[in-house]
Design a protein around this ligand. Structure first.
Ligand code: THU
Length: 158
């Protein structure tokens, strides 16, 4: 029997330890969370993408009475970012979530579908996206989406 052990490198910081551009991207994600449309879950998520050209694109979760029609903050943000800047890499993606007006203590963890989209963002620009998952008590940072999605689906039949 053989085993493959996969390790992910996750940096754990508090807000004060972040670099200025990391702080700024987190701040933008937090602001965006307040604008989320989440009447069904009450779970408001904001995301911010710092693009290579310095632009910051924000988005949030958009729910719908027909539940599967809604979309997470990460995909709302990345799809909009790519629709505005198709040739621009995303350098940093920050995510923050709040319930009842208060941010979570621990980092939010993106769903599988969002991780797949985040990975494609890296692949199409051929450069890693730093992902910052905000929590009031601790913040998780990975230098690449690959650390969030081991054994990722890449393409068929390669
Ligand atoms: N949600 C996000 O927007 N991002 C995540 O990383 C996790 C979950 C949304 C989807 C849904 O609108 C609500 O949070 C509850 O799951």
């Amino acid at each position: 029997m053989k085993y493959l052990k996969i390790a992910a490198k996750i940096r754990i910081n508090n807000y004060n330890e972040l670099l200025p551009e990391e702080k700024n991207t987190v701040d933008k994600a937090k602001e965006a969370a307040f604008r989320a449309y989440a009447p069904y879950s009450g779970f408001q998520v904001g995301a911010a993408a710092l693009m290579e050209n310095g632009a910051v694109i924000t988005g949030n979760n958009q729910e719908n009475v027909a539940f599967p029609s809604g979309l997470c903050a990460e995909r709302t943000t990345l799809f909009y970012a790519h629709s505005q800047y198709p040739d621009e890499a995303v350098r940093v993606l920050a995510v923050a979530a709040l319930t009842k007006g208060d941010f979570l203590d621990r980092p939010i963890s993106p769903c599988g579908a969002c991780r797949q989209v985040m990975l494609e963002t890296e692949m199409r620009a051929n450069q890693p996206v730093k992902v910052i998952l905000y929590g009031k008590k601790e913040i998780f940072i990975v230098e690449s989406v690959k650390d969030l999605l081991p054994l990722a689906f890449d393409s068929v039949g390669k």
